[in-house]
Write a protein that binds this ligand. Structure first.
Ligand code: NDP
Ligand code: 8X3
Length: 256
């Protein structure tokens, strides 16, 4: 699949995996539609993407939890940005690492609203156009956490188990069209993810990556790009990738 000039929509493109994916697709000469809540960060990624070779970048300040805002943002895209070819459902987060019976209900709602409902709203707005045009690819960012829950992470892990189910269901529902659906499920990746989870506590966040060589956002971007660049008749259903220092979401080999 040649990506030059193709419209690639990446949610959560302001940092981490989303930003790295934007730069990877930029180097292929794609046209990038980038969204997130932090417009300033998005502008930085957009500038880097243009330097890397993106043909054009269009940024949208968007909170994926807001159903009507999502639909309006897609409906009101400029005509030359409306034919989204590739959607990367990446926006997501975790909050807290509390036992279920001690968890903050606001944290649960934020994770469920972003990781599950946000992905659904975006997909509902974008997929019909792909079906009508008879082409497209949706990449859903899951996690090894969706396969095996870890203590304190049950709601985050459940949200990623939901992403896996939605990915597999989505693939069934587009069957009969050439639209492709892939989930990319990384283990631990060093991004702002832990900083967000621990609400800016840098010491706590650093411990997550202590003594291991975690995946980088670029490693995940490479996997996404590989799935998308394959021949149009090949659908990669699922990619699970971890650092060699991680066997699954529970088991790590830490050197310190
Ligand atoms: P980051 O915190 O670096 O990036 C998260 C991105 O999601 C940001 O761009 C953020 O943008 C965006 N986002 C969060 N909430 C919303 C919202 N309500 N509306 C729109 N955008 C939102 O973390 P990662 O890059 O690590 O996370 C990206 C995805 O990868 C997530 O789905 C995460 O669950 C998944 N993942 C991460 C792993 C890891 O170890 N880091 C491993 C496996 C999966 P902004 O704040 O500007 O809105
Ligand atoms: C995010 C990574 O380490 O919480 O999915 O499983 S982790």
């Amino acid at each position: 699949m040649i990506l030059r000039g193709k419209i690639v929509f990446i949610t959560g493109a302001s940092s981490g995996i989303g930003a790295a994916t934007a730069l990877a697709f930029a180097a292929e000469g794609a046209r990038l539609l980038l969204s997130a809540r932090r417009a300033g960060k998005l502008a930085e990624v957009a500038a880097q993407a243009l330097e890397r070779g993106a043909v054009a970048v269009h940024s949208i300040e968007l909170d994926v939890r807001h159903r009507h805002a999502v639909q309006t943002a897609i409906d009101e895209l400029p005509p030359d940005w409306s034919e989204i070819e590739i959607l990367i459902n990446n926006a997501g987060l975790s909050r807290g690492l509390d036992k279920l019976y001690m968890g903050r209900i606001e944290d649960w709602e934020e994770m469920i609203d972003t990781n599950i409902k946000g992905l659904l709203y975006i997909s509902r707005a974008v997929l019909p156009g792909m079906i009508v045009r008879g082409r497209g690819h949706v990449v859903n960012i899951g996690s090894t956490a969706g396969e095996l829950p870890y203590p304190g992470g049950s709601v985050y892990c459940a949200s990623k188990a939901a992403v896996r189910a939605l990915n597999d269901g989505m693939r069934q529902d587009v069957l009969g069209s050439p639209v492709r659906v892939t989930s990319v499920e990384p283990g631990t990746v060093e991004t702002d993810f832990s900083l967000v989870r621990f609400r800016g506590d840098t010491g706590h966040a650093a411990k997550v990556y202590q003594g291991i060589t975690p995946l980088t956002p670029e490693d995940v971007a490479d996997a996404i790009l590989w799935a998308v660049k394959g021949p149009p008749h090949v659908n990669i259903a699922r990619i699970v990738l971890t650092s060699v220092d991680q066997a699954n979401s529970l088991l790590f080999s830490r050197k310190s």
